[in-house]
Design a protein around this ligand. Structure first.
Ligand code: DGL
Length: 269
């Protein structure tokens, strides 16, 4: 039994797709979610800068007394997961590996597509993992720089999705990885553009399962009968976060507190 909360972070509201699965899978656990809105989007930034942000947030969450950290951001997972696992005292779970494995299991024609941020595409982790699992797969990756800003602003994404989907349709992909935690928030748009024959893969559920398994292995689960709580931190404006977050999470957000970027910088692991 371990009553400490679980830390979850993303550049913005995308990680709420992962938090939601965690809340469903582990209703007895407490969560603290950090959205780094002041520095969003991460996608166009150099990998080294995203890695630095991830180490700051990981260190900060550790000072909040979390028992495990979920990197609910594909860009930060690509840039920093092994490094975070090395330096942090608590276990760190990321989001990329389960999606690559699910995509290889799902494809029937061995043509897999990836939609992700520029940083995630440039880091090449998905391509490596897919290749390791099945070297015969034809893998096509498309960077989608417009999507995260449009989703965060609550603006229309159809035109951008049509443009980004085109190369994957041309390549005949029957399976498309949503390689950014923001993208499941616009799943209806994506599924309509790709059509019913294309399977969209994302890992929020598997990530939540990995977190639950890790806690069980360590004997760190909270009491079964407890109803867990969750709270939110943002480097941006708490009220903007609250309205966006409630729209996407479809749950009341409760406490949302601002954290200064300087506090994160000082906590860097
Ligand atoms: N949700 C983040 C990801 O999964 C978005 C990154 C960004 O801010 O561009 O990559």
């Amino acid at each position: 039994m371990d009553a400490r909360p679980i830390g979850v972070f993303d550049s913005g509201v995308g990680g709420l797709t992962v938090l939601h699965e965690c809340l469903v899978t582990m209703p007895n656990e407490d969560f603290v979610y950090l959205g780094d809105h002041a520095r969003l989007p991460y996608g166009p930034r150099p990998v080294a800068e995203i890695r630095r942000f991830a180490h700051e947030i990981g260190g900060y969450l550790e000072t909040c007394g979390v028992k495990l950290i979920v990197v609910a951001c594909n860009s930060a997972t690509s840039a920093a997961l092994p490094g975070l696992q090395e330096v942090l005292q608590v276990p760190v779970v990321g989001v990329i590996t389960p999606e690559a494995a699910a995509a290889v299991r799902t494809t029937r024609n061995r043509r897999i597509g990836l939609l992700a941020t520029e940083a995630t595409v440039a880091a090449g982790r998905y391509a490596q993992l897919v290749r390791t699992l099945d070297a015969s797969v034809r893998f096509t990756a498309v960077a989608c720089p417009r999507l995260v800003p449009l989703i965060e602003a609550g603006e229309q994404t159809v035109d951008a999705v049509v443009e980004y989907a085109e190369p994957l349709k041309q390549a005949g992909c029957d399976t498309v990885i949503l390689g950014c935690t923001h993208y499941p928030l616009i799943r209806p748009v994506l599924q309509r553009v790709f059509g019913r024959d294309v399977t969209l893969v994302f890992s929020a559920e598997e990530t939540a399962r990995e977190v639950a398994d890790t806690l069980a292995r360590k004997g760190w689960e909270n009491e079964r009968t407890r109803i867990g709580e969750y709270r939110f931190l943002t480097t941006g404006d708490p009220e903007t976060f609250r309205s966006r977050g409630e729209r996407f999470l479809q749950l009341p957000l409760g406490e949302v507190r601002r954290v200064a970027v300087g506090d994160l910088e000082r906590a860097a692991a």
